[in-house]
Design a protein around this ligand. Structure first.
Ligand code: NAP
Length: 449
């Protein structure tokens, strides 16, 4: 069986490994990525001060070293390659394209300068080629980060880290330079629901108490509503951490990270120059939904928070890809348990599968997708066994087709060359790597431009 996996992030690599290690099936895997570099979210999303999480790429590199695996980078589905091409050259297709779009607040003023989705900020500091020219102006003293998830925590932490804390990481050089000159002194993380409903992982929340020059600030009254409330698991752990933060005496002069709850932005306010001057917030209360979960409801009480930048970090969504069935409501690739379906009829589209965030939406930590991808591979093998054998063009025909279209795919050994260059550049500042952030520069290094 020959399988195309579209996307080289964690879910794609977990699917590749699950396919290639099976003893009951002989599978060849071609993994495509629109970038010349592999690893998706591990490279472009995981925060630079979380190097330990990135060690998972060693496992992915082992998969890539299998003789039946091929990486074809710098090939974009929907641009140089169509779904029809894939259907012709492969028995099965796995979409592992992740979530590259961001969710919007949908409030007045959201589009003004210095109101920047967290996707952009994260891509910028991680050296993602799409965001290397993003306008991130750190001349402002106060920033609001909207949302109570781990992305909000990442964004706030990176804004408040010192140069010494960032220097030895793989942060993009342009972001490191900008952060070295940052005027940001206070960051506000804003949750629309209460502390007991926050989506932070306890470990991420706790880390906020260990920054070199910034302290978390929680007003005790923010936690008052949680006294005596029953919580379990992560929620309970988060409440304990927040209570410990609230009991601290803020160090004088320290940069501050304020954690605020039960507030929703209703308008981004601009100054005369059209930049963010503040965020109008509505105070919320919690109301039980019929299913027992708690929803935020506006009380009508307003407040103005003076900030010079707003970073909404309220979740991601899958981008639509031409000819790939899309679920408008969930903003994912339409699927039933990883089998791609027609969004209207829910009929299964044979031989097409989806893994990772493109399947589930932006949920679950990286490691949690290992099992989920393996489960989809189980469906693939079971479905594949029922299919009549179908002869395909030669395995190299896809490369010839791409070359005809003027695209030179980047192989895994090409990537290793880029990797060596990045690692050598990083060594100069004692960092694990200094990323090349420009696709043209990558291709030039490989002698392709
Ligand atoms: P998330 O965990 O789903 O959090 C999104 C947050 O945005 C929630 O607090 C949500 O509040 C809030 N929100 C949604 N719509 C809103 C609105 N209109 N106004 C105000 N707030 C709104 O998403 P994420 O932070 O983007 O993270 C995505 C996934 O990546 C998660 O699984 C996360 O754990 C993972 N991740 C992990 C790490 C790590 O382990 N270090 C780092 C980054 C990301 P409600 O709860 O009220 O909806």
């Amino acid at each position: 069986m020959r399988v195309a996996i579209i996307g080289s992030g964690p879910a794609g690599f977990y699917a590749a490994e699950a396919l290639l290690k099976r003893a009951d099936a002989a599978v060849d895997v071609d993994m495509f990525d629109r970038l010349p570099t592999p690893y998706g979210l591990v490279r472009g999303g995981v925060a630079p001060d979380h190097q330990k999480i990135k060690t998972v790429i060693r496992v992915f590199a082992t998969t890539a070293a299998r003789p039946t695996f091929r990486f074809l980078g710098n090939v974009c589905l929907g641009r140089e390659l169509t779904v029809e091409d894939l259907r012709r050259h492969y028995h099965q297709i796995v979409y592992a394209t992740g979530n590259e779009a961001d969710r919007r607040l949908g409030i007045p003023g959201e589009g003004i300068a210095r109101c920047t989705p967290a996707t952009v900020f994260v891509g910028w500091y991680n050296g993602h080629p799409d965001y290397r020219h993003a306008q991130i102006d750190l001349s402002v003293p106060r920033v609001a980060v909207v949302g109570n998830g781990n992305v909000a925590v990442d964004a706030a932490r990176i804004l408040l880290r010192t140069p010494a804390e960032l220097e030895k990481t793989d942060i993009a050089a342009h972001a490191f330079d900008a952060l070295c000159h940052s005027q940001v002194r206070e960051v506000f993380i804003l949750g629309r629901r209460g502390p007991g409903e926050a989506a932070f992982s306890p470990a991420e929340l706790k880390e906020l108490g260990t920054m070199e020059a910034a302290v978390p600030v929680v007003a005790p009254e923010e936690l008052a509503g949680c006294d005596g409330r029953e919580s379990t698991g992560n929620k309970d752990k988060n409440l304990k951490i927040l209570r410990a933060f609230a009991a601290r005496q803020p160090r004088a002069h320290a940069r501050k990270l304020h954690l605020r709850f039960l507030v929703s932005p209703v308008e981004v306010i601009a100054d005369a120059a059209g930049n963010v001057a503040g965020l109008r917030l509505e105070k919320n209360r919690l109301e039980a939904r019929p299913d027992g979960t708690l929803a935020a409801r506006g009380t009508g009480a307003m407040e103005m928070l003076e900030v010079g930048m707003v970073l909404p970090a309220i979740g991601y969504a899958a981008e639509r890809i031409a000819a790939v069935p899309y679920d408008e409501k969930a903003r994912i690739i339409a699927n039933e348990d990883g089998r791609v379906v027609d969004p209207a009829s829910r009929a299964v589209i044979a031989n097409e599968y989806v893994v990772g965030w493109a399947r589930s939406g932006p949920q679950g930590l990286i490691g949690e997708h290992k099992r989920a991808s393996a489960q989809v591979v189980g469906h693939m093998i079971a479905d594949g066994a029922k299919l009549a054998p179908r002869p395909l063009p030669h395995r190299d025909a896809i490369v010839a087709l791409l070359r005809e279209r003027g695209v030179q795919p980047v192989s895994f050994s090409d990537w290793k060359q880029l990797d060596d260059v990045e690692v050598a550049r990083g060594a100069r500042r004692g960092a694990p790597r200094d990323k090349i952030v420009d696709v043209e520069a990558m291709l030039a290094l490989l002698g392709q431009r």
